[in-house]
Design a protein around this ligand. Sequence first.
Ligand code: NAD
Length: 497
Amino acid sequence: MANTVQHWCNNDVFAGGSQATAPVTNPATGEVTGQVALAGVEDARTVIEAAAAAFPAWRDTSLAKRTSVLFNFRELLNARKHELAAIITAEHGKVLSDALGEVSRGQEVVEFACGIPHLLKGGFTENASTNVDVYSIRQALGVVGIISPFNFPAMVPMWFFPVAIATGNTVVLKPSEKDPSASLWLARLWKEAGLPDGVFNVLQGDKTAVDELLTHPKVKAVSFVGSTPIAQYVYATGTAAGKRVQALGGAKNHAVILPDADLDLAADAMVNAGFGSAGERCMAISACVAVGPIADDLVAKIGERARALRTGDGTKDSDMGPLVTKAHRDKVASYIDAGEADGAKVVVDGRQVSADGGENGFWLGPTLLDNVTPEMSVYTDEIFGPVLSVVRVETYDEALELINSNPYGNGTAIFTNDGGAARRFQNEVEVGMVGINVPIPVPMAYYSFGGWKNSLFGDSHAHGTEGVHFFTRGKAITQRWLDPSHGGINLGFPQNN
Ligand code: NAD
């Protein structure tokens, strides 16, 4: 079918046998711009089998060769990242600068993976027992599945596939059906970089494709990122089928503003972290916890900045783009309605936005709610839109209790000029990624990304050392080479004497 985003298998587009498709829209105009193929079970099996067939040769490809392909990929990506950013903006809606930022953060993981020879070095103990050496190596798993959400169609897959490929695995990526084109662009780039057929594949689709990845015996591990209910399902189903699974889920991130904080810095940060990418970030701040007497001033400063943001088409000079679909836009707006009905004060109302974009775009402007309390649905639920709720508390301990009793634990931040308070927060807060005067503390590629509690199911975070461990398994080898002067064979169990 013309204008259909297809699968990618063995370094070529693959139409598959399923006739099912889903529409792809441009959120800034509301127009359907194409279709995406939805894999049937047979399509999924074909792609997984291709990845399985490519595995032995890729696993045995030297580290020098693998690294050179990664370097090529990095160079091509760096030179052409604007192309990818434009594709992201056209299907996701985020502004071009944000899309470029997403690509750059993904590129950092590619750069990290270029160091794979060093990262894969094992340990060696000479003469552990007389004439016996012990050493450890880490080996690739086989075919790995990557299932990604709509909000970072390039960066989230790049949290995983550079490391998976560098460590010698072959990959089947199942992107979000809402913005599928970035995955194909990346696949073509791998081909250009010299990656052999079948090492990186893309399976477009929905639950059918996901379920096949979770149960097919040749898929050895699955990295998932998405909402918490699906992350739980993916973890339970994949592990029941004997696979290694890391499933990153949803979030409800709090920022604590202590009374001694620089309020201008904090207000800038709240606007950036609350409304950047229209709040469709798993590290977005959605609850701003104002401690003590600063709340009125802080709300005024955030409000002033939020009102100045320009909402519009991401290809224009806008600060914030549309939401990803009309259904999502309406759901987020309904949370604002509910918050208002529950008694929150609407300080800035995004429902009234006049956007610089298509009349049928999925627009919702920045929204600031004050006097939000923990029972309101606008506080309890992950909203995933440009809605920032201010919760007022009297003490640091109350703020900490609020965060630690929340079921999610992805990211958090504290704003203060008191190093001791920040240090205490870093120690006491039950969240996987913590910012100190930094609103979106996404770790660098050489650290690992991941939350706690309902924000991650599984033991391994993404990229960094944990990523390398996730995509490899350890082997310990004990060897004995008899000295030429041994004078006879000894078949006994090695004795440490
Ligand atoms: P989603 O859970 O709807 O979809 C994620 C993936 O799962 C997609 O590929 C989708 O096709 C697939 N999927 C959807 N329903 C499924 C089902 N019933 N069975 C099997 N697979 C299914 O998430 P989304 O709306 O695309 O993304 C937004 C969510 O992702 C938010 O909750 C956000 O917090 C989360 N997220 C988390 C992180 C993190 O690092 N923790 C990062 C980015 C996004």
